[in-house]
Design a protein around this ligand. Structure first.
Ligand code: GN1
Ligand code: MG
Length: 374
């Protein structure tokens, strides 16, 4: 992670239309991609989130911001119409003085600012199935709210983001190039992944056959991308809209499961405490399907268990590829962290395979209780 001198950060902050006088800026959050800071101003009740968009990951940050502007405007209108509070329930972009939604510094760094939500918090882990069910409802509702959004007006901010077969070939390239000489130390992990190569086409194949539609999806549905309201203790606002673009419904489900149904940390080193928790999975599935209402087709719902396993496997490949390539993509705070992240995910894939029948039965049961139509 880059260190920025405070005077430089202040010069960036001055570019944006903040209220009040600058007081302090400090690093914030646990994102693996962008550099995030909390900005506090005196003489106003406002705090702000300042982010430098990772230019290696997002080659067109202005397209990221165009998507964000369109999606947040659309969501704010939906919230307004349903009598909610758009400022608290949808991210608010703070423009720069020149009217743009971003500022480009002299080193080509791309910065943006959003309003920080007071009286709200993020969770790194759900304390109970109830919290996780609520987060499922929030991500499901997000898809439902955007169901009529014109998907073809959005940029693909990271091409082939959840194209698992492409992720597999990128991973295989990282293995064959072995730029850091690390392949010999992770033979077992590589073998585990490659044994599951045929499975990686499951969503791509369903789409190619016309069995599932493209929808506007979030594509990064980690639990910590939701802010909860401190008073109601319920989800308030969905964050991290960098990857909102056309995708598969099931992918948002799967990504949330691989993070939240793991009872240990994403980068836990002690694999004996890493487990896939079926009751968390069930809670999220209940919430997600309720939040989606009746937008999902029968086929999309039937692919939810596969997607949980698929996105877990996909993340394991991405983490291991980054480890093999020298840890350039994800932020890391210690050596071997990407390998640890990969290993937790492989353990989760393994446990999902052991509980495959239960995972499918849970979805079938929710479906039955919903009295499904499509
Ligand atoms: C990254 O930035 P963050 O932490 O929300 C990544 C996701 C991964 C996740 C793994 C743009 O998300 O795809 O699933 O790390 N985002 C991008 O924790 O690559
Ligand atoms: Mg993200």
């Amino acid at each position: 992670m880059t260190d920025y001198p405070e005077a430089f950060l202040q010069s960036v902050i001055r570019q944006f239309r903040t209220e009040g006088i600058f007081q302090r800026v400090k690093r914030f959050g646990n994102g693996h991609i962008n550099d995030t800071f909390l900005v506090t101003c005196a003489d106003s009740n406002r705090q702000y989130i300042l982010q430098r968009i990772n230019g290696h990951v997002f080659s067109h940050p202005e397209q990221v911001m165009a998507n964000m502007a369109a999606v947040t405007a659309y969501l704010k209108e939906a919230v307004r119409q349903s009598g909610g509070n758009p400022e608290r329930e949808v991210l608010t972009l703070i423009p720069a003085h020149n009217g743009n939604l971003f500022y480009q510094d002299h080193h080509c760094g791309f910065w943006r600012m959003t309003l920080f939500l007071e009286q709200a918090y993020c969770l790194e882990a759900a304390a109970s199935p109830t919290e996780f069910r609520q987060s499922g409802f929030a991500f499901g509702s997000f898809q439902k709210q955007l169901a009529a959004f014109p998907a073809d007006t959005l940029y693909e901010t990271i091409p082939c983001f959840h194209d698992t077969p492409k992720r597999l070939s990128d991973f295989q390239k990282a293995v064959s190039e072995d730029t850091c000489g690390r392949v010999k130390t992770v033979a077992e992990e590589i073998e585990f992944i490659l044994e599951r190569a045929p499975f990686t086409t499951i969503l791509a194949h369903a789409y190619a056959e016309g069995d599932i539609p493209l929808r506007v999806t979030h594509n990064d549905t980690k639990l910590n991308n939701i802010m909860f309201d401190s008073n109601t203790r319920k989800p308030l606002c969905i964050l991290d809209l960098d990857t909102v673009m056309p995708g598969f419904s099931a992918t948002d489900f799967g990504d949330a499961i691989r993070f939240g149904a793991n009872i240990a940390d994403e980068d836990e080193r002690d694999l004996s405490i890493v487990h896939f928790d079926l009751s968390m999975y069930q809670a999220f599935a209940e919430g997600f399907l309720a939040g989606c209402g009746d937008i999902l087709t029968r086929k999309e719902i039937s692919l939810l268990p596969s997607s949980a396993k698929l996105i877990t496997l996909e993340n394991s490949m991405r983490f291991l590829a980054d480890y093999l390539e020298g840890d350039h993509y994800y932020h890391t705070s210690r050596p071997g962290q990407n390998l640890d992240r990969c290993r937790t995910h492989l353990k989760l894939v393994w446990e999902m395979e052991q509980q495959w029948k239960q995972m499918n039965d849970i979805i079938a049961e929710i479906r039955k209780n919903k009295g499904e139509k499509k």
